[in-house]
Design a protein around this ligand. Sequence first.
Ligand SMILES: [Zn+2]
Ligand SMILES: [Zn+2]
Length: 351
Amino acid sequence: MITNAELAETLFQLAESHPAGDLRLALLRTAYAVFDHPRELTGSRRLPETAALEVLPALAMLRSCRTPDALSAAAHRLAGPNHLRANPSRQGFLTAAEVERAITLPGAPNHRHIRGAAHWHTRASDGAGTLEAMARACVRRGASWAVVADHTRGLACVNGLDAEGVAMQARSVRAWNSRHGDDLRLVQGLEAEILEDGRLDLPRSARPGVLLIAAVHTGLAERRDQTGRLVRAIEEPAVWALAHPRGRLFARRSGIRANWEVVFGAAAAAGVLIEINGFPRRQDLDPALLGLARDVGCRFLLASDAHHTRHLAFEETAVALAVQGGVPASAIVNFEPLDRLASARPDLELP
Ligand SMILES: [Zn+2]
Ligand SMILES: [Zn+2]
């Protein structure tokens, strides 16, 4: 049987083998629709709703294949003289159907037991929703605590928060907690930039009282080794978690190179959490590296990296990555009550 992963990859390769134009675009859209479809399409009569008319004959031909060899032969027939090429920056990502399967495996951490909804954005930086709308959506998902983590105003985010923006958001967080703190305790975090030399774009004086998530957003396509940059960032004062450590992006880039054993060793020694970013185009870290991080004793933070209320469900993709990487719920802070986080971080002003 052909999986959505195989079918989507074939459609991506076919799209890329065509010159820019309507057909290429239609094939690409269909590839993404298959990739993001929550059920395996084999055996189902339904097609992704977004499949354009001009793609339907090709899609029907590919879906009728029963084996990967037959699929490859059909793809070559459809491509004609054009070359089909795999793209390494698409490898190692879970399709939505694979996520659904992983989170329902026996023994998988139950995503319905997640207490903390961490690392999401609001309109104050590049998110679509207000703090209140995002917090209410966290309540609806059953969270009892949540960490907003808007960008700081670094090189990579001109819409990020400056000192005044951070102070304003702190007031909004306090206002929420005084009104709705029994439903959801909100904690202010910040997604700070890791600069070229491994320092952060946030002065030390601005760090107490927030959960600081350090993230690389620059120099991601470079092939040089960036172990030193990440280790320096991990050792910066008051860092809580290392966000999307590789900085990979589906179909765009494979992310930075580093000696990951050294990076994870530094994180474990410093008590810095390793983030499992469930944003479907990020999926960072991937299961192989998560297994390595687990083996050197890291603890983990599940992140939806939501920029919209409906993105909060991406924490399920993070759970699927944890399942695939063999990371147990006991190593993931989102399954713990907020008080336990507070006891690990005495500098934090928690509500
Ligand atoms: Zn980020
Ligand atoms: Zn983010």
